[in-house]
Design a protein around this ligand. Structure first.
Ligand code: PEP
Length: 249
């Protein structure tokens, strides 16, 4: 049985008072939740999040990291630095990083490896654009994105990671993939892993992301290969985020 996990991606939103107001009810309610709960905050707030969530059932993480361990990389943040702020997760290869900041499959794989080297669990994001879906390339794109990482780190290293299937056309658009559309891709991702290692495939938690809202979350999470959610907009509203966590059982 894979334990469900719901992760919030705050993107570049937040302020010290807004974060505190958001986290207080989440921290309190997490005690009664059956799923794992994670929030991924902007870098400057990781110290605040650490002090507000230490000792709670909510884990936290960052939204990206540097592929390098240290050096003259102005503006970058290393995995070891994230570890100092108690991060146990980091998003890798989010579609906004790929499309807006030019992260290639190779860069994403290097970031994944850097996170793991520092003991931080990467959440590897995979997903196709609308044009790619319409061209029938969904599984090829997602398979290529996954293979780039597996070839770099090896299949056993995937044990310490999570995957998130996030169709680009569903992120921040209000359009959610239907449960059947999402399940089809999740099952295909798991089958790709199983070609290399059946146990890794079976244990892997594959989150769905893309306009997840309280309405509809239960049906998504009821699909056989959907093990929770990666939530953007709705993660900024405590009641919505908690309702999604509750839908994860
Ligand atoms: C995301 O940022 O990963 C995401 C899925 O955003 P949203 O839920 O707003 O579509």
């Amino acid at each position: 049985m894979r334990k469900k996990l719901v992760a919030g991606n705050w993107k570049m939103y937040g302020s010290l008072p807004r974060n505190a107001a958001l986290l207080a009810p989440i921290r309190a309610a997490a005690e009664g939740l059956a799923c794992d709960v994670v929030v991924c905050a902007p870098f400057p707030y990781l110290g605040q999040v650490q002090s507000l969530l230490t000792g709670s059932k909510v884990a936290w993480g960052a939204q990206t990291l540097s592929e390098y361990a240290e050096g003259a990389y102005t503006g970058e943040v290393s995995a070891v630095m994230l570890g100092e702020f108690g991060c146990s997760y980091v998003l890798v290869g989010h579609s906004e990083r790929r499309s807006l900041f030019g992260e290639s499959d190779a860069t994403v794989a290097a970031k994944f490896a850097a996170a793991q080297a520092a003991g931080i669990r990467p959440v590897l994001c995979l997903g196709e654009t609308l044009a790619e879906r319409e061209a029938g390339q969904t599984l090829a794109v997602v398979g290529r994105q996954l293979a780039a990482v597996v070839e770099r780190v090896g299949i056993s290293a995937m044990r310490a990671a999570l995957l998130a299937y996030e169709p680009v056309w569903a992120i921040g658009t209000g359009v959610t993939a239907s449960p059947a559309q999402a399940q089809e891709v999740h099952a295909a991702i798991r089958a790709r892993l199983a070609e290399r290692d059946a146990a890794v495939a079976d244990e892997m938690r594959i989150l769905y992301g893309g306009s997840v809202k309280p309405a509809g979350a239960k049906e998504l999470f009821a699909q056989a290969d959907i093990d929770g959610g990666l939530v953007g907009g709705a993660a900024l509203v405590a009641d919505d985020f908690l309702a999604i966590c509750q839908a994860a059982g």
